[in-house]
Design a protein around this ligand. Structure first.
Ligand code: ADP
Ligand code: MG
Length: 368
């Protein structure tokens, strides 16, 4: 099957070609026709399987560039992801001349206001905080929204986001089409989501046996508190020049690890929510470009970020919940590539291990 079989316009097919995609991925094959048919959706597929284009392609197809005002709103949990999703939509909508505005905290409000005043943006991609802010000030008008997407939807419906999300959604028309995408959904989230979906909403679930998990080799090393650091160094030495993301529980640990690793001669940068936005963007760009090879990050980098050639993910301590584990390891092994995910843990995270093992069906080698 090719994209040509999906009844897309010439302009959108050109956008897809511009991205270099030849064959639709399973989630794209399933979701594109359903979105085009106007259905609300809950769509689940593993990390790195092309969910952005699965909603992006049909949206770009449906949006009418001659209508002024915001026709599609895409909400995402982090600033970095807002930029990445916007970039892909811009490429898809290039031939159709669609304007995509990215709004997120850490950028001057006035910039976003100036753009909104021009009224050209058919698609707005943003984080809930800034979207709510612009909405409250009356600069962002959502009464023309026909398409609403929550990317990383389960995260967006968690505490901390849900109140903003509810407020934003209530400013959009009731007859809009609503699309929820994520690699992970649970029963609670799905129940909560039903509030925002039409009764006849569709569910797409791409079987986890298919793509990504197979392409990621997973290992867990159990060690002592003191052993963590030594193990980390040995792992990094064993994989010289491999593009690596190390995940930590806290900003402080990200900071102290990056300082310690730099002292050991590694080319490394930290990334966490306390850094100013400009710095976050520069760090991520340099990591993408390969200026340095090791990124030490908190979960700000665990959701959705697509850095194609990440070869190794290291969890410095096991994450508390299995969703976080799934999203973190999914930063490697993307789009058909192979990757390795190594977790180093101490006894104090033992209680998290069994849930994670169950979740990934024990496809983990454990070393004590
Ligand atoms: P997800 O949101 O499922 O984690 P992304 O949308 O970030 O995945 O896409 C993962 C990677 O796969 C990106 O690098 C993207 O450019 C690439 N990709 C997406 N769709 C296709 C396709 N049809 N063919 C080739 N590569 C694709
Ligand atoms: Mg994604």
């Amino acid at each position: 099957m090719s994209f040509k079989d999906l009844s897309l316009s010439r302009e959108v097919l050109a956008g897809i070609e511009f991205l270099g995609y030849e064959t639709p991925t399973p989630i794209q094959r399933e979701a594109i026709p359903q979105v085009l048919s106007g259905k609300d959706l809950i769509a689940q597929a593993q990390t790195g399987t092309g969910k952005t284009a699965a909603f992006g392609i049909p949206l770009v197809e449906r949006i009418n560039p001659s209508i002024k005002g915001v026709q599609a709103l895409i909400l995402v949990p982090t600033r970095e992801l807002a930029l990445q999703v916007s970039e892909e939509l811009r490429k898809l909508g290039k031939v159709k001349k669609l304007f995509v505005l990215t709004v997120y905290g850490g950028k001057p409000l006035q910039k976003h206001i100036d753009f909104l005043k021009k009224g050209l943006n058919s698609i707005v991609v943003g984080t809930p905080g800034r979207v709510k802010d612009l909405l409250g000030r009356g600069y962002l008008k959502l009464h023309k929204v026909r398409y609403l997407v929550l990317d990383e939807a389960d995260r967006m419906l968690e505490m901390g986001f849900i109140e903003d999300i509810e407020e934003i959604i209530s400013a959009t028309p009731k007859d809009r089409q609503t699309l929820l995408f994520s690699a992970t959904f649970n029963r609670v989230v799905t129940n909560l989501a039903e509030k925002f979906l039409k009764e006849d909403y569709g569910i797409i679930k791409i079987k986890p046996e298919d793509p990504t998990l197979e392409s990621i080799t997973q290992k867990v090393y159990q060690t002592s508190e003191k052993g963590l650091w030594e193990k980390l160094i040995r792992l990094l030495q064993a994989a010289p020049d491999s593009k690596t993301i190390i995940f930590t529980h806290t900003k402080r640990e990200a900071e102290s690890l990056s300082v310690g690793l730099r002292e050991q001669g590694f080319k490394v940068e930290a990334l966490h929510g306390d850094y100013p936005q400009k710095k976050r963007e520069t760090i991520l760009r340099k990591f993408r470009e390969g200026v340095f090879y090791i990124l030490v990050a908190t979960d700000v980098a665990s959701r959705g970020l697509d850095i194609r050639d990440v070869e190794l993910v290291i969890n410095y301590r096991l994450p508390k919940d299995s969703d976080s584990y799934i999203h973190r390891i999914g930063r490697t092994g993307r789009a058909g590539r192979k990757g390795t995910a190594i977790s180093i843990m101490t006894d104090s995270e033992r209680r998290y291990l069994s849930t994670i093992l169950k979740r990934v069906k024990n496809r983990v080698e454990i070393y004590r």
